[in-house]
Design a binder for this molecule. Structure first.
Ligand code: ZN
Length: 279
């Protein structure tokens, strides 16, 4: 009888999941009805049914999410609660020196920066009627990681916000490809970010590409995985040609590298995921 009770407890018992700040993690629960919802950090996350019954879901852990334990709640006909352990990331320190005009701003520049930030922020919650995969099919460009995700930045010695994307350095004019299809939510020349494209992929997943040389897509256009977005440049505040690749998932700023998958069928299969670190 004791053995039976133990097995029963195990079946309904909570699973333990583990993530580092900035990760997108995939969680599954077999046996739950496929109308169930997945909630973590006070918000709902996308789920898809898995073969044989049950659900697969994805949760984004913000770059600055406090380390600790958080409940993951699956609410179907029955309710299941899993445990998520978030650990602090080990992020690098990054120091750059830029011209005074790119570190101290007059009132006109400040106004423009705020306007840019507002436009960008609005795209994070735009509804996109698409439900593709959550995973990215490859890198937008081959190159060298010049500033990794999460780096604490100092510009001319002053502490700035942590780096919410990955900087990949490549020659000016190198084509930038969309790692996942979606809708172009924004195409804009910004003060700090330079020429910027934002793709909404559906499911609350949004990717951002900055400092581009030129654009090959229009705002409002639907694009396919592997389609050319434009080329690598050095527009905005940039110390060399590179793309800043950022991803928002739900309300979380996540590491694009945590979304990469191997997919031989993908039009981006020729882009390996191995990148050199600059330091
Ligand atoms: Zn960057």
């Amino acid at each position: 009888m004791a053995v039976f009770l133990m097995l029963y407890a195990n079946h309904a018992d909570a699973a333990s999941w583990h993530a580092v700040q900035g990760d997108v993690i995939e969680v599954t629960l077999t046996g739950i009805d496929d109308t169930a919802t997945l909630t973590c950090f006070g918000q709902q996350w996308p789920v898809k049914p898995i073969a044989g019954g049950g659900l697969r879901g994805w949760i984004g852990v913000d770059l600055k999410k406090k380390a600790g334990h958080y409940p993951i709640v699956w609410q179907g006909k029955k309710k299941y609660t899993d445990d998520l352990l978030v650990q602090a990331g080990s992020f690098r320190i990054s120091r750059i020196t830029v011209k005074k005009s790119m570190s101290q701003f007059d009132a006109k520049a400040v106004k423009r920066i705020h306007h840019d930030q507002k436009m960008l922020r609005q795209t994070y919650s735009m509804n996109v009627d698409a439900s593709p995969e959550i995973k990215m099919n490859g890198l937008p460009v081959q190159g060298i990681v010049s500033t990794p995700f999460g780096a604490q930045r100092y510009v001319n010695g002053k502490a700035k916000s942590p780096h919410s994307g990955v900087d990949i350095a490549a020659a000016k004019g190198t084509p930038l490809l969309a790692p996942l299809g979606g809708k172009i939510l924004l195409r804009e020349a910004m003060f700090l970010n330079g020429n910027t494209v934002v793709i909404g992929h559906g499911n609350g997943l949004v990717s951002v590409y900055c400092h581009m040389n030129n654009f090959a897509v229009k705002q409002g256009e639907w694009i396919k995985t592997g389609q050319k977005l434009g080329t690598v440049g050095q527009t905005g505040r940039s110390t060399g040609p590179h793309v800043h690749w950022g991803v928002h998932f739900g309300t979380a700023r996540v590491n694009p590298m945590s979304l990469l998958k191997g997919n031989a069928e993908s039009p981006m299969a020729d882009r390996p995921y191995k990148l050199k670190q600059s330091r």
